[in-house]
Design a protein around this ligand. Sequence first.
Ligand SMILES: Nc1ncnc2c1ncn2[C@@H]1O[C@H](COP(=O)(O)OP(=O)(O)OP(=O)(O)O)[C@@H](O)[C@H]1O
Ligand SMILES: [Mg+2]
Length: 254
Amino acid sequence: MSTPPADTSPAPLLAVRDLRVLIGGRHILHGVDLDVARHGVTALLGRNGAGKTTTVRGVLGLVPRAGSVLLDGEETVGLPTHTLVRRGIGYAPEDRGVFAGLTVAENLRLAERRGADGPAYGLVHELFPELKLRRSQLAGTLSGGQQQMVAIGRTLLNGNRLIIADEPTKGLAPKVVTEVAQVLERAAEAVPVLLVEQNLAVVRRLAEHCVVLADGRTAHQGPAAGLLGDAEATRRLLGVGQGPLAPLTAEADS
Ligand SMILES: Nc1ncnc2c1ncn2[C@@H]1O[C@H](COP(=O)(O)OP(=O)(O)OP(=O)(O)O)[C@@H](O)[C@H]1O
Ligand SMILES: [Mg+2]
C-alpha cells in the first residue's frame, strides 16, 4: 500500500491579496498579491519605485490600505500597527532604525516587548555572538553589517512569527553584503523572513520563493531559482542582466 503524498503546499504564513494603497490622492499600489512561505526566505523584488517598501508598509498598516492581508489565516487589514506587531511581525526598516548614540544592549532593550516568555536574548546571542561581545559598544561605531545584526536581532527578541527586512544590504560594500546575507540566513533558520532585496546574488543564495512587483502590482510570483535561471525574465522584470558569474550586487553600490 502506498502512503499518501506529503502536503508540500501548506497555507502561506502571510497571504496578501489585491493590496491597494492610495497616498495623497495617488494610487501607489494597484493590486499586490504575495504569499510568504512558512519557512526560509521569500524575496520581494522589483525595480526602484515598483512599490516594495509601500507593500511592506501596507502589510504593517503604516499606510492606509485596502484588500486582504491574512496572517496565519486571520485578516489583519483594519488592525492598527501596534496590534500587528503584538501578533508577531518584526520589522527591520529600510534605514535600519538603529540608534547610533545608544549601545548595542540599549538598542536591544528598547525593542523588548512584554510577553509571556520574556525577551529571547538566548536566541539572539546564539545566532549573533558578536552582539553579546559588543553589548557595551555604541551602535554608531559598528560596521554596517554589525548594525544590521542589531536591526535583525531586535526582530528576533520577541518570539515573532515573521520578520520583514527592507533592503538590508543596500549601500553596503560587497564583503559586508556577504556578512549580512549570513545574518539573514541564520535568522531565517529561526523565523520565516520576507526580504526586500535588489541584490540578486543574495536572493539566489537565500530565497526559495520570490515575488516581483512592477508599477504597484505583482508581475511574477514563483520559485526564486526559476526566475533567476531565466535571463530573459530577469531582464524583463528587473531590468538587469546576469552574467554566469554575476557580481554580488545587481545595482551599482549606492
Ligand atoms: N508617502 C508617499 N507619498 C507619495 N508617493 C509615495 C510615497 N511613498 C512612496 N511613494 C511613491 O510610490 C512609488 C513606490 O515607492 P516605494 O518606496 O514603495 O518603492 P520601492 O520599490 O521600495 O523603491 P526603492 O527600490 O527605491 O526602495 C514611488 O513612485 C514613490 O515615489
Ligand atoms: Mg524601498
